[in-house]
Write a protein that binds this ligand. Structure first.
Ligand code: ZN
Length: 341
């Protein structure tokens, strides 16, 4: 699964291709790929302008804006959630075209019940679904095999293409996902306030200060690697960068987190930041399917010191690396160089 550096690399690659582009159509080819209010997604995303491309943890984010400028905000009185109507059955190739004028965009706002028009009760909007609100963010989780590419209009969707976003320059953004674990999700401010995954995400490792990082683990039960992988403790870290940062910090992955001193945790933070920054500079690590937004492989895998080096000698001491399981994940470490306390 792409971790923080890979998603950051993909976001950087997509940013110049997508920023300022208006989404003119959305075609959902696999309904399970759209999380949340699927009908609102197909109806309310078209017409929005991609104002920026970023990342939170392993989630790629596209900031959505009105073509006319800043949005009005959804007030706290906005009623929620799409409960007013069933999501219509979707078939492969189902599409929605862009709202072409302000009235259509207003229809997205109608479900707040505050604007008359396509169903002021919020029970049935223009698409037969209530609860639509203007999305301010588009979240894409790539999971195992998700990929985002911008193609020219001559490129047809393939069997793994789950969602197609038509852009106002004639290009199209494909979300391809062979194994279908990934998802896209349109997010209004109200959705962000109620989406448990979003609300529970831990701090960003490249933004948190070392002393605050150490505090995350103070008194915590559990092994340090398990907590590094826990997205509610700290966001964006997966198997690669957990193993690599723990090796550099000379900490065994199965060490009890609560027994590590603040000094050692601050050291771990420094190495974690280094490893993430080095990987971003190398355009991420390419194992299995990962490619950046241009289809290029990253190169950080050439710098792995422990990940994937099972049975090979430690780069520091020459002893054979140990392979085990921590938090259910294959874990490679050096019994000599890495200490439990
Ligand atoms: Zn060693």
């Amino acid at each position: 699964m792409p971790e923080l550096p890979e998603v950051e690399t993909i976001a950087c690659g997509l940013r110049p291709q997508l920023t300022g582009r208006r989404i003119v159509s959305v075609s959902v080819r696999n309904e399970g790929t759209v999380q949340g209010d699927a009908a609102a997604f197909a109806r309310c995303v078209p017409g929005r302008v991609i104002a920026g491309v970023g990342r939170r943890g392993k989630l790629l984010l596209m900031e959505l804006a009105s073509p006319d400028g800043p949005d009005g905000t959804n007030g706290p009185d906005a009623t929620g959630g799409g409960a007013g109507g069933a999501v219509e059955p979707r078939s492969a190739g189902m599409g929605a075209t862009a709202p072409t004028d302000a009235a259509d965009l207003m229809a997205c706002r109608d479900a707040s019940g505050r604007v008359a028009g396509a169903g002021s009760t919020g029970a049935t909007g223009a698409g037969g679904v209530g609860g639509n609100r203007v999305p301010h963010l588009l979240g894409v989780h790539l999971k195992m095999t998700g990929r985002l590419f911008v193609y020219g209009p001559e490129v047809a969707p393939n069997t793994h293409t789950r969602v197609v976003f038509g852009l106002d320059d004639g290009n199209r953004l494909f979300f391809d996902d062979a194994r279908k674990f990934g998802y896209v999700r349109a997010l209004s401010d109200a959705d962000l306030a109620t989406w448990d995954f979003w609300r529970s995400l831990g701090p960003e490792p490249l933004e948190i200060a070392a002393p605050d990082f150490a505090v995350l683990f103070r008194g915590r039960r559990g092994r340090i690697k398990a907590l590094l992988l826990d997205q509610t403790v700290i966001a964006g870290i997966g198997n690669i960068y957990a193993d690599e940062s723990l090796f550099r910090a000379s900490i065994r992955p199965d060490a009890q987190a609560g027994e590590l001193s603040p000094d050692r945790l601050r050291v771990l933070h420094g190495h974690l930041v280094d490893v993430l920054r080095e990987s971003i500079a190398e355009c991420g690590s390419s194992i299995r399917d990962y490619r950046d937004a241009h289809g290029d492989a990253g190169a950080f895998q050439n710098r792995f010191r422990v990940y994937g080096r099972s049975g090979q000698p430690c780069v520091a001491c020459g002893r054979i690396l140990t392979t085990g399981k921590v938090a259910g994940r294959t874990t490679v470490y050096c019994e000599h160089c890495q200490k439990p306390k």
